[in-house]
Write a protein that binds this ligand. Structure first.
Ligand code: PLP
Length: 372
């Protein structure tokens, strides 16, 4: 089965990991700080590494101060973790509908959803196309909320030359194998605000602090915990892979853009198919190639593509359809644009080592099914 996404690992990646394994530090060593500096160079803001994209979201919401009784406004068109990581901190999730064109959270819907209790607004850069952070920032500032970008899809993307990582107050990344780059499991939180980044760092290190101690004269061994945290440290072995992958990110971007342009060209004009768009000023590192299958044929196309050995995917089930949310009273129909998008959405295979020949087979199979 041709997968919809997969990692690209070369000899340089293997050598970087082997070198880390032979070093003095398997975790909490120099490769962690190195990877964090390498992320900053791409993201345009300092970063803290964590164990995955889900714990990155948990860390970012905690750093934003999200707690019981707060509201967090986010998109339903995402992986469940974008919302559930805030639920774990006791927040009430308020879903705002998406834009039809980009499937990103709609700033007008966010404006209508915020209240004085809104602590954070969580956007997602769907498929690698950045959300409209300038509009979202205005709404966030209006209610004093922290703006969070879930950039699990979009490391390496820019808007008018500004990198993802510098657009929101806090930005989270995932380095799962299907994403734009990988550390097997891994993630990071970047922030343009030093206070928020420090809180993120403390949260991912069990809440341990060595400055501003209540009892500063105890001795050099002394540390304190002022707020609960978790051990979300990413080991040196995986940070080594991350730094190596970041060296290849420009090449990853070029190949994904090339494959995207080929899909755009080869699928143009296919009846019953809507292709993704790109806004002016956006230079995306495309994580997904999401098409829309019209006329109620998405399920048929999904099943026939899978039967032909092509691992298409659906991204995503509206988050509030999950029983963990319906049990809390969330109902289908809440975000109609997202539900229509879901009903039509299909992700075609897109990864760095996808060959032109395999991509041609995807395109031909789609042409055959849709009768064009
Ligand atoms: C993958 C993903 C996550 C979770 O990342 P993990 O590293 O798998 O925990 C969160 N949000 C979005 C949008 C994702 O695609």
């Amino acid at each position: 089965m041709l997968p919809y996404g997969r990692q690209s690992i070369d000899q340089s990646d293997v050598e970087a990991v082997v070198a880390a394994l032979g070093s003095d530090w398997l975790t909490t060593g120099p490769r962690v700080a190195q990877f964090e500096a390498d992320i900053e160079a791409v993201a345009g803001a300092p970063a803290v590494t964590v164990t995955n994209g889900t714990t990155a979201l948990h860390t970012a919401y905690a750093a934003a101060g999200v707690t019981t009784g707060d509201e967090v406004v986010t998109t339903p068109m995402t992986f469940v973790a974008t919302a559930s990581a805030a639920s774990l901190l006791g927040a009430k999730i308020v879903f705002a509908d998406i834009e039809d064109e980009t499937a990103n959270i709609d700033p007008a819907a966010v404006e209508a959803a915020v209240t004085p209790r809104t602590k954070a607004i969580g956007a997602v850069d769907y498929a690698g196309h950045p959300a409209d952070y300038d509009a979202l920032r205005k709404v966030a500032e209006g209610v004093g909320a922290v703006l969070i970008g879930d950039a699990a899809h979009s490391i390496g993307s820019t808007v008018h030359g500004r990198p993802v990582g510098s657009l929101a107050d806090l930005t989270t990344f995932s380095f799962f194998p299907t994403k734009n780059m990988t550390t097997a499991e891994g993630g990071a939180v970047a922030s343009i605000r030093p206070d928020l980044l420090q809180r993120a760092r403390t949260f991912r290190t069990i809440g341990v602090v060595r400055e501003d101690l209540r009892h500063p004269d105890e001795g050099a061994w002394f540390y304190e915990v002022h707020e609960f945290g978790n051990n979300y440290r990413l080991p040196d072995v995986l940070c080594a892979l991350g730094s190596s992958q970041l060296k290849r990110l420009a090449a990853f971007k070029a190949r994904r853009q090339q494959l995207t342009a080929r899909y755009d060209e080869l699928l143009a004009g296919v009846p019953g198919l809507r292709l993704p768009i790109q806004r002016e000023g956006v230079d995306p590192l495309r994580h997904l190639y999401p098409v829309r299958v019209l006329d109620g044929r998405r399920r048929e196309v999904f099943e026939r593509m899978r039967a032909a050995g092509i691992g298409v995917q659906v991204n995503y089930i509206p988050v509030y359809w999950h029983p963990v949310f319906t049990d809390l009273g969330y109902r289908r129909g809440m975000c109609p644009v997202a539900e229509t998008f879901y009903a039509e959405q299909l992700s075609l295979p897109l990864f760095v080592d996808l060959s032109d020949a395999d991509q041609d087979r995807v395109v031909e199979t789609l042409h055959t099914i849709l009768g064009s």
